[in-house]
Design a protein around this ligand. Structure first.
Ligand code: MN
Length: 747
């Protein structure tokens, strides 16, 4: 049989072994399609090219991935190296397969020249981000594994480059995805080309001692097997010498020779369930002396890449230490194949959407916030997720920049430096001129064209950029460079917006509202506001909306005060005899008299004013105001005992304010008088007559006779001002028997 066809049949057997119900026609179609597409192409080894895709498909099948992945692996170099296209593959096979092939092709095109460590991190992220479907990265890792296996045919330069890339990019990714077996192989193959001498040294020593190693491994294995058999535990035990790169790393890191390396050997005991794992651990610790501090329970606390096992290091025969890993079969699958193993388990769920971003939420979660602190175990600390929010692009020098998803050349330019952004006159992506609003994709090479005569950023850029960094830097520029212009453009925008909102500038610049508005907008002056609008620190529409809110709030406040005052008035009906008995503070006895009160309150402009019930001031009286809690300003006579400085509470000192009379707008002010007299017949009648003659309106009048022959008459009158009141007092004083007429105050 044709050796190539034979090779294909091996693949098919491997696939059918884990997918017994598979219709192999599709697989065969993929093979014949790839075979004819690559027809005539040879690998560096001299083999027909098709051997490579078949081999990659075999590795994919070793991972037991789904049929789409195997088909895509067979086709993975078609778009890159042959005349076939995405459309053709989509039509001939299916769109999913075409997407996978396209994804692998994209990764293949990436060139990873040696970078700083921080850049490597971004590169790994970019690779992950580009593989929206996790199967893309799995196939790509398999592709890389086969290329590394056949690296001997490449030029030394290419060997070095690819090995470095494998060590720095693909092995860590394999580790992140939990594929230990693949990771080890990638590491060992890379080391072979990166430090051939070091690799060889270890390899040769291991070979030279292989007989001794085999003997040691077999002896320990047998010992463990016997013991577990006695305990009635069914298990599978294997022993191995650790992989070369892991030994190499330890020798290097600890500057030791091979002889001095701690735990060169590792045993693995695989059992049926978790309780058995702990039973085995007990037996091992009983048989051999455990090394302190080397026991790790990754069953109780799995590693972030899903790895689970019990690890312990014990001292064996002749004082040789070795590691034992104890796990169940399921844990073993995951340890060897990682994400790929999960993939296999999920297949049973027959979900068509398998492999889409949504399905791989768990991978994202798994990879997010991953932090390995176990320096003994791991190459380096990496943090990888699927980075849906980030896009990774290159500078022309090959540096990687991470930008928010949807970023434009503007973001890129400002990410490099604000000076680059400010002098940008154009941008090229992958060698082609693009508009400023061009959305960057993973792997793009972006070049910013700058000019010394550039006019600086345009305001439109604020809308085009996606990163806060770019936005802030653009605003900064406008803020600094163009204050006058900012004020002018800001003012124009603001006034247009005001007009649109049917408001006038005059309505907000009144001295009663402007301070509130500026405070609300956090600006010192209107110019500051205009400037902020001008450079984009805020927008005209936002500002006007805030102003409108503030005006509404002030309006509501006024309305509430008026309503409260009206309530107060209703509640306080002055009864005869009660005049002067009120508290000094809140009980306003008179009409609500906001702006028309005839009182000006210093520093407060137009506010709610009431006249204190205790002293009922009238125009002309020296007065003082008290700011009440919630009911405006209460106005007292300056000589009211309740307003006397020694009666003011210290904590309310600030509440006492200057008030003064202005031209009265009210016809009358209500006030109370107390008349003391010697009691006699008709006294009250005479008082009433006097008031009537004085033509004042009497609101209330009550008289009481005292046991000692005196009388007290309380009167509430309405007067225009102090002069009129004094006229009334004068008349009352002339009544026979009256010896005192006093303004009510205090109490
Ligand atoms: Mn390939």
């Amino acid at each position: 049989m044709d050796p190539i066809l034979e090779r294909y049949h091996d693949l098919e057997k491997k696939v059918v072994a884990y997918m017994p119900n598979l219709d192999t026609q599709r697989l065969f179609d993929a093979f014949t399609y790839a075979d004819s597409a690559h027809h005539g192409q040879l690998r560096k080894s001299g083999e027909p090219y098709i051997i490579h895709p078949i081999a990659v498909a075999e590795i994919v099948a070793d991972l037991e991935l789904d049929i789409d992945s195997v088909v895509a692996a067979l086709l993975h170099d078609c778009i890159e190296d042959t005349a076939s296209t995405h459309e053709e593959i989509a039509k001939r096979f299916d769109p999913t397969v075409a997407e996978l092939v396209e994804g692998v092709t994209k990764l293949t095109k990436m060139q990873f020249v040696t970078k700083e460590e921080e850049q490597m991190e971004n590169l790994r992220k970019m690779l992950m981000a580009m593989s929206r479907d996790i199967r893309v990265i799995l196939i790509k890792v398999c592709d890389r594994l086969h290329n590394m296996r056949t690296m001997e045919y490449q030029s030394p330069r290419k060997q070095r480059e690819k090995s470095l890339e494998t060590m720095e990019i693909y092995a860590p990714i394999a580790h992140r995805l939990g594929m230990q077996k693949v990771k080890w192989e990638l590491e060992d193959l890379s080391l072979r080309y990166l430090d051939p001498v070091g690799y060889k040294e270890i390899e040769e020593e291991l070979i030279a001692r292989s007989a001794a190693h085999e003997e040691f491994l077999a002896g320990i294995q047998q010992q463990i097997a016997q013991r577990l058999d006695q305990e009635g535990i069914r298990c599978t035990i294997s022993g191995r010498v650790k992989h070369i790169y892991s030994i190499y790393r330890k020798m290097f890191a600890q500057n030791k020779t091979l002889d001095e390396i701690f735990d060169l050997y590792a045993f693995r005991v695989i059992v049926g369930d978790i309780p058995e794992c702990y039973n085995v651990l007990g037996c091992i610790h009983d048989m051999f002396k455990p090394v302190l501090g080397r026991f790790k329970d990754y069953i109780g606390t799995p590693k972030p890449n899903m790895y689970q096992s019990l690890h312990t290091t014990v001292i064996g025969r002749a004082g040789i230490p070795f590691e034992v890993q104890i796990r169940t079969w399921e844990m073993h699958q995951i340890a060897e194949y990682g994400v790929a193993a999960h993939w296999k388990y999920k297949q049973g769920m027959a979900n068509k959407k398998l492999g889409t971003e949504h399905e791989f939420e768990w991978v994202r979660k798994l990879l997010e916030g991953q932090q390995d602190t176990d320096a003994e175990e791991f190459v380096s600390t990496l943090k990888v997720d699927l980075f849906a929010d980030e896009v990774f692009v290159f500078t022309p020098n090959g540096d990687v920049k991470s930008l928010p998803q949807g970023a434009t050349p503007i973001d890129f330019a400002y990410n490099i430096h604000s000076a680059v952004g400010n002098s940008m006159v154009g941008a090229r992506v992958n060698g082609r001129m693009v508009p400023y609003d061009h959305t960057l994709s993973n792997g793009d090479i972006v070049e910013v064209l700058t000019s010394k005569s550039a006019k600086g950023p345009s305001r439109d850029w604020l809308k085009l950029c996606k990163s806060n960094e770019a936005r802030n830097k653009i605003r900064q520029w406008f803020k600094k460079e163009r204050r006058e212009e900012n004020i002018a453009t800001g003012r124009a925008a603001f006034e247009a917006e005001l007009k649109h909102a049917k408001m006038t500038l005059a309505s907000i610049t009144g001295e009663e509202v402007l301070p509130h508005i500026l405070h609300k907008l956090r600006c010192g002056t209107l110019d500051e506001l205009y400037a902020a609008i001008g450079y984009g620190g805020t927008t005209a529409s936002k500002s006007v909306a805030r102003i409108r809110d503030e005006l509404q709030r002030l309006g509501r406040l006024q309305a509430e005060k008026a309503a409260a005052a009206a309530r107060t008035l209703e509640e306080s009906v002055i009864m005869p005899g009660s005049a002067g008995a009120g508290s000094a503070e809140v009980h306003g006895p008179v009409k609500p008299r906001h702006s028309d009160s005839g009182i000006v309150v210093e520093g407060l402009g137009n506010c709610l004013v009431k006249f204190a019930k205790c002293c009922t001031p009238v125009p002309g009286d020296p007065v003082i105001g008290f700011i009440t809690r919630g009911y405006g300003v209460s106005v007292h006579r300056a000589d009211c005992p309740n307003a006397a400085p020694d009666r003011r509470k210290p904590e309310e000192a600030d509440r006492w304010i200057k008030v003064s009379w202005v031209e009265s707008k009210l016809p009358n002010y209500r006030t109370s008088l107390e008349v003391s007299a010697k009691d006699r017949d008709d006294l009250t009648l005479d008082v009433a007559m006097a008031l009537s003659t004085a033509k004042v309106k009497v609101s209330a009048l009550s008289a009481r006779s005292m046991p000692d022959g005196h009388a007290a008459i309380n009167i509430v009158v309405e007067v225009k001002d102090k002069a009129e009141l004094e006229g009334v007092i004068h008349r009352l004083n002339n009544i026979q028997g009256v010896y005192l007429v006093a303004r009510a105050a205090g109490k």
